[in-house]
Design a protein around this ligand. Sequence first.
Ligand code: AMP
Length: 230
Amino acid sequence: MPRVPVKLVSWDEIVEWSRGLAKRIKESGYRPSVIIAVARGGYVPARLLCDFLGVENLLSIQSQHWTEAAKAAERAVLKFPYKVDLKGHRALLVDDIVDTGETLLLARDYILREWRPDELKIAALQWISTVAKFKPDYYYIEVKEWKWFQYPWTRLEDVTQFIKRMIAETFKETGKEKWSYKEILESFREWYGVEVEEFYYRDALEMLVEQGFLEKCGEEEYCLKEKPQQ
Ligand code: AMP
């Protein structure tokens, strides 16, 4: 059993889900005149919805809750708030997933108050119905069992954090400081139950070396440089 349940999502699935979501929006009769992507997770779905719904106007707002893969910050914050007049527009606010729902609720309240569109509806590719604080107007997949959906646009970021967490936790549990590349790959599979293309592990390790968390200490070996508190 993996320690963190992860589902790897492919680019093809993203296109299929976005198209399915667009179909539901169309069938409901809602015709948005502007789409608002929640940065950063909503960018790709929002752009695809523009394509599938034939919408030209695309803006974004950055609302952030989860700063690390599978680790939520205490509360969502709105980064770079700005004002724009959406009077006369029917807006569609888009994100990848509604987990707790806090990211979207914060963005929605701000937009309604400061941008004042005539109408605002919310769409997400996925909705975790068992934990979310609200149900989006449109979603494509209802998730009942919580997982971390590893979307293709955060693959390197997530793999980097996952490796970092695995090495830090193992150090705390066993004192292990030195890892071979092969061990990292094997443990990664065990911890997260997924495998990614080889270059992601290489790039992630390079990032962790750059960040000063690891250092190379042999041909294919990595040692902990920044020791986590035991
Ligand atoms: P929340 O505010 O809890 O609804 O979290 C929303 C944002 O965090 C989403 O836009 C995602 O980018 C990210 N996120 C939260 N939970 C997950 C999850 N289970 N899988 C993938 N991404 C997630």
